[in-house]
Design a protein around this ligand. Structure first.
Ligand SMILES: [Zn+2]
Length: 530
């Protein structure tokens, strides 16, 4: 039988002194309980008692505890016994660290009498969440119910069940299945309107005013009056904060995200943020209100760009879109009045600040002309291929998405075999002493890396599912007439970025460029028409 040399850890906190439970928790009493418990354990001898009398449990800055830790490290003891976990401490992380790290790494035997834990007899119990949680819970509360509730909740969350009390604004709970949510047409119309206003180039300030002027109910008032939700202090006016909450909420593209916040236990009223990687995310969980491409376009417009509203609360036409083609930083807008007319110019912001880049100067008028022309040409180009695609798809009834997928895979396979040929040539050259070992290693790694990347890309394409017809984007262009002047909503709708070079060179990166290229490849493979 293995012999265990135990440390007995006893603690009475300052705030327990003079209270009713002082007697039951007193150091003497703790010791009695432990000795009684160890009475029939013939394999355990007590090496020493470590006492912290009058120390708080919220940290480990206690002499008794430190001494015990030292004796653990120097292997004077190989076991620790406490009356209950709260003796060890009241700080979840630190006590958890003792249980999860110190106990296993020193192969300690750990006993907590009142918690019925003996790591030798029941090591599995040590792993369970129960131990750190028990430590947190006030003795007046039922210890176990909170833990059970918490694990039940996360199991249900993991199964993709919606567990909120009320569905998010825009949805209602399904009467047939309370874990499902369905679209609420009235609120969904407001959500759609908000996204559309962003696409039309409105700032959040302007959208807020428009909703308030039209007496659209705020989400909290709507939830209270229409859904019957209990809402304390509902806001009667729309705010930018409410708009942000809606415009960034993935619920509207059909994704269920739960577990962003959690409570450590039932006693804690504060929610703590959960790391993003641990959120429970379900795609295509319910019907979308906003199309995915539109949602991401809006994220791009509002949150990924450095967009600043002007004094009137609206945006300049190009705000957030113009970049210097050399340093990549935004261009800065400067206005001046010349012969009674307002003129606007752009300069590279790096140039203005530090002169470490060149001017990249362009007038707004010139820019308007160039961008207007380019957009009109782009639309023409896409309408042109659209005709061809329409003919082929309707004639042969092929599934466009599947075809594009096939074409992409064929192309990738070609590239993979090119790299494989290069690699086999490389090996031959090395064997024939044509290249050095250094070169061989370098190129070999390169080729393997590229091959791997292509293979991953191929897997991604093969497993991708299209949630909507991949030709939907073309509809945007189909009935589009030529634009006669430029405004922010056109920029939002068609342009990703505009790069300005040094001599009035403007390079435009368009949205839907990838889709356009896919369509071109498709046409080439079908007909060699383009
Ligand atoms: Zn620059």
């Amino acid at each position: 039988m293995k012999k265990w040399k135990f440390g007995v850890y006893l603690r009475l906190s300052a705030d327990e002194k003079g209270k009713d439970n002082e007697q039951s928790n007193s150091v003497v009493n703790q010791r009695k309980i432990i000795e009684y418990y160890l009475n029939d354990k013939k394999d355990i001898t007590i090496f020493k008692c470590y006492v912290d009398d009058g120390y708080t449990g919220t940290d480990f800055n206690r002499p008794g505890y430190k001494e015990m830790l030292n004796d653990i490290e120097t292997k004077k003891i190989n076991g620790v016994i406490v009356k209950d976990l709260s003796r060890l401490g009241r700080n979840y992380i630190q006590v958890g660290n003792f249980i999860d790290k110190i106990v296993p790494s020193y192969k300690l035997r750990f006993i907590s009498v009142n918690d019925n834990v003996d790591s030798l007899n029941n090591p599995r119990l040590m792993d369970s969440l129960e131990i750190p949680f028990k430590n947190l819970i006030n003795e007046n509360y039922s210890k176990d119910s909170s833990i059970k509730l918490r694990t039940a909740l996360s199991a249900s969350k993991k199964a993709g069940n919606f567990i909120g009390k009320y569905a998010p604004y825009g949805y209602i709970k399904d009467e047939k299945d309370c874990h499902k949510i369905i679209v609420d047409p009235d609120a969904a119309a407001v959500v759609k309107r908000i996204f559309e206003l962003v696409l039309r180039g409105k700032s959040k300030q302007e959208i807020k005013e428009e909703l308030n002027n039209n007496h659209i109910l705020t989400p909290s008032i709507y939830m209270r009056d229409r859904i019957g939700a209990e809402v304390c202090n509902p806001r009667t006016k729309w705010t930018v904060y409410m708009l942000d909450a809606i415009l960034t909420n993935e619920t509207y593209i059909g994704t269920l995200v739960q577990g962003k916040r959690t409570r450590l236990n039932h006693k804690a009223h504060n929610f703590v943020r959960v790391a993003e990687g641990e959120w429970v995310v379900f795609k295509n969980h319910h019907d979308a209100i906003i199309r995915e491409d539109i949602f991401y376009q809006v994220q791009n417009i509002l949150y990924n760009r450095n967009v600043k509203a002007n004094k009137n609360g609206s945006y300049h036409t190009y705000s957030g879109f113009l970049k210097c083609s050399d340093c990549g930083k935004s261009l800065y807008r400067i206005t001046r009045t010349k012969r009674g007319k307002l003129q606007a110019f752009y300069y590279c912001s790096t140039y203005l600040k530090t002169k470490q880049c060149s001017k990249h100067h362009i007038t707004e008028r010139k820019l308007d002309n160039i961008v207007l022309n380019a957009i009109n040409q782009y639309i023409e180009l896409i309408c042109d291929i659209d005709k061809h695609i329409d003919e082929i798809v309707s004639y042969s009834r092929i599934d466009y998405n599947e075809e594009v997928k096939k074409i992409k895979i064929i192309e990738i396979n070609k590239q993979i075999s090119q790299y494989e040929n290069l690699l086999s040539d490389l090996i031959k050259d090395y064997q024939n002493d044509i290249i050095s070992q250094e070169d061989f290693e370098e190129f070999k790694n390169d080729y393997l890396y590229e091959t791997n990347k292509l293979k991953q890309e191929k897997e991604k394409i093969e497993s991708s599912k299209f949630t909507q017809n991949n030709l939907d984007w073309i509809k945007k262009f189909k009935h589009q007439k030529k634009f006669t002047d430029i405004n922010r909503s056109i920029i939002n709708e068609f342009i990703d970025n505009i790069y300005v070079g040094d001599k009035d060179e403007v390079e435009i990166s368009f949205l839907y460029k990838d889709q356009y290229e896919d369509a071109l490849k498709y046409l080439k493979s079908k007909n060699n028409m383009v």
